[in-house]
Design a binder for this molecule. Structure first.
Ligand SMILES: Cc1ncc(C[n+]2csc(CCOP(=O)(O)OP(=O)(O)O)c2C)c(N)n1
Length: 385
């Protein structure tokens, strides 16, 4: 793994050949004879191979889900906002694999992949994007506000940094009801690199350290916030260092390597639960598409686009797994076909689901009882009592 204290450019440059996925072997160049038999992948099936195979499968499902979400948005099946995880799939599966069921997850608006990797049904995720009753939030949340309390997936948030105070509050609740130790729950709070320049970021890091909270803040550094490169948005572009000023640990990891992400997140969560101390993990990846599905990313030059396409982690992982004998070409094809089928089924589930009843518009909108009428406000309850 690359030295996490290096800056992004030199980190990539300094990766050794052994660490770098091979980029120069295209699928076309491989001959039939070089392919392992479908049922006998070469070499022993180590645990690592099984893990990589499973990661490739999950990443493929997430990628196909996201591309389908873009298509469904263009067909006006999905409204509102829609932000994709394209290019960040290794980070997504690595982080989710590191979490225990008892841990809580808070996220920003780029959240579909996390819901799927946390084990939620792609059909229910797609139905939420469609705004239908079978959606994770009954169709009221949409793409940015997926949530499932049962799996402790505490939601995506549309306000930049809006997820950080409630995540910190959840970690405070955990610290009050449980002793620090290996069995403790922990909280993972995801954010983009642009968010690390906001007030909520600094306020929550400060309190998490002062109060000794079991929380891992994960900065998913995809290098650009809307159209602004991180170097122009943050005086300290090595974002994991921001933990230092609040006297806790931070670390940067290669976000294109799912195993490196998983191991770093596991170590961070372990420390959070065993010491009830916060941790700041920074994952380095690239957002391959625009900020949201309606952003054509005109701030990128043609050269940058070509560079990004060449960096796409999914075809690189595919080639590497085939080359290492972890997968055969046919198995990779099957994984991709199955993923397409899963996503087609998800679209069917979403399309067949009812739209919410407009008379329910104010149900669950306030924590206090409010008459279910468009003009009602929480204070009305006091007046009518
Ligand atoms: C408080 C607030 N300010 C501005 C916005 C508009 N906005 C939406 S996303 C975004 C960029 C955030 O970038 P980053 O945190 O890096 O996340 P990424 O999109 O890269 O995942 C901005 C400014 C907002 N949603 N909320």
């Amino acid at each position: 793994m690359s030295d996490p204290t290096e800056d992004p450019a030199s980190t990539e440059d300094e990766q050794t050949e052994a660490e770098q996925p091979e980029l120069d072997t295209t699928e076309d160049e491989q001959t039939e004879a070089e392919q392992p038999e479908p049922d006998q992948p070469k070499g022993e099936q180590t645990e690592q191979s099984e893990t990589l195979r499973s990661y490739f499968q999950q990443m493929t499902v997430i990628r196909r889900f996201e591309l389908k979400a873009q298509e469904m948005y263009q067909r006006a099946e999905i409204g509102g906002y829609c932000h994709l995880n394209v290019g960040e799939e290794a980070t997504v599966v690595g982080l989710m694999d590191a979490m225990e069921e008892r841990d809580y997850l808070f996220a920003n608006y780029r959240v579909h992949g996390y819901a799927i990797a946390r084990g939620l049904d792609p059909g229910h995720v797609m139905a939420e994007l469609f705004g239908r009753t079978d959606g994770l939030a009954g169709g009221w949340g949409g793409s940015m506000h997926l949530a499932d309390a049962e799996s402790r997936f505490m939601g995506g948030y549309g306000i930049v940094g809006g997820q950080m105070p409630p995540a910190t509050g959840a970690a405070m609740a955990v610290s009050h009801r449980q002793e620090a130790g290996p069995e403790s729950e922990a909280v993972m709070c995801l954010l983009g690199e642009g968010t690390s320049a906001t007030g909520a970021f600094h306020e929550t890091l400060n309190l998490a350290s002062l109060w000794g909270l079991p929380i891992v803040f994960v900065v998913i550094n995809n290098r650009v916030g809307m159209s602004t490169p991180v170097e122009q948005a943050s005086a300290e572009p090595e974002l994991f260092r921001k933990a230092e000023s609040y006297r806790f640990e931070g670390r940067r990891v290669d976000g294109d390597d799912p195993i490196a992400v998983r191991d770093a997140a596991r170590a961070a969560l372990k420390q959070a639960r065993e010491e009830h101390r916060p941790f700041l993990l920074e994952t380095m990846s690239y957002r391959l598409r625009g900020h949201s599905v309606v952003d054509p990313a005109r701030y990128r030059t043609d050269e940058e686009r070509a560079e990004l396409a060449a960096k796409d982690l999914l075809p690189r992982l595919r080639s590497r797994l085939i080359e290492d004998g972890v997968l055969s070409e046919q198995e990779a094809d099957t994984i991709e076909r199955d993923a397409d089928e899963t996503i087609e089924q998800a679209v069917e589930v979403a399309g067949a689901s009812e739209s919410p009843d407009p008379s329910d518009l104010f149900t669950n909108a306030y924590s206090t009882e409010v008459a279910n009428a468009p003009r009602a406000m929480p204070g009305d309850r006091v007046i009518t009592l």
